[in-house]
Design a protein around this ligand. Sequence first.
Ligand SMILES: Nc1nc2c(ncn2[C@@H]2O[C@H](COP(=O)(O)OP(=O)(O)OP(=O)(O)O)[C@@H](O)[C@H]2O)c(=O)[nH]1
Ligand SMILES: [Mg+2]
Length: 336
Amino acid sequence: MSFYEFRKRILEEKQKREKQQRKQERTGGTYQESVVGRNKFSVALLGLERAGKTSLVKKLLKQEDIVVRPTYGINLENYQYRDLNFTCFDLGGHQPFRLSLWKKFIERADSVIYLVDSADHVRFEESKQTFWHYINFAKQSAPVLFLANKSDLPNSKELTEINEAFELDKFLRNLRPFNIKKVSALTGQGVYEAWDWVVDVLCGAQQWKVKIGAAVLADISGNILSEAIFGRPTEQAEIANDFKKLKELTRMFAVESKESIQSVKLESLFKKHVSHVKRGAYCLSVMIDPIDPVTRAQQIQLRILENFSRNPTEVKKNLNEVFESKFPLEVEGGRR
Ligand SMILES: Nc1nc2c(ncn2[C@@H]2O[C@H](COP(=O)(O)OP(=O)(O)OP(=O)(O)O)[C@@H](O)[C@H]2O)c(=O)[nH]1
Ligand SMILES: [Mg+2]
């Protein structure tokens, strides 16, 4: 879609909204802009040039093979995730575009994602000024996600350093939802989890159920302690092959992350996602549909693992029981 087509669409939407507002005023109702019940959202991606905005969008759209070029003006992409539609305003980061375009797209966006090249320390100050200046134009309730991109580079800064350099703690006193995450738009590390956070905030995380297809529990030496496949027999047959792979991936993850007390990883199988979470002496992996919220699955995994460390006898129970007694709704399937 060209910029002009997009502008036409925005104008049409504005007219529609005004019409709706007039109608509601006539019928005595108050018009309030709200995200409740909506399935279309817009997300503005901001950051200096070369921060990795276009690369992030291409990663989400699984178009990694396309060579990214600097964005002149704006690149508009439609992205479908779970059963929602997102329009991504991938804005050019060069100064002329910041001055001419950013404000009007930020004001319109339901959520703002700001990217910084976490390996480009020299430009941190400029990036910080840019962030704090433009964030003022975001809607009051819009969730803001700050992404420390290029975390795959050896000289990239850690989140604590970035937090300090950009004075992000100020956001903790702010009422809007805010989060900071480390990602790599190149390798995809953290990208879906980050997007999930935005989606969860926009939709209200609690209304989302996650359908867990299978689960594997291992110790940190890679020994499988318990395993389970959920769902109806037809669904079980469908994931039987992937299940072998799930066990293998769990063993590998357990051994790889032996040194760390806590770690999280997301991998893709053919049509599913695998979320691994390690806490203390155990790793729990679950298989979920790619449209389901990874962060929700990880919350469930963490709660189960925490329960194991408080109550070691729980580990001996089979995983069917653990999931079904604690999270019956999630296991049986949720909103589609
Ligand atoms: N190593 C590494 N390189 C990245 C990453 N993300 C983006 N890049 C590279 O950084 C360069 C700039 O990426 P873009 O996605 O074009 O950056 P942008 O923010 O869209 O830049 P503008 O469109 O000019 O505002 C490209 O060469 C990317 O391949 C990352 O996570 N790691
Ligand atoms: Mg770009």
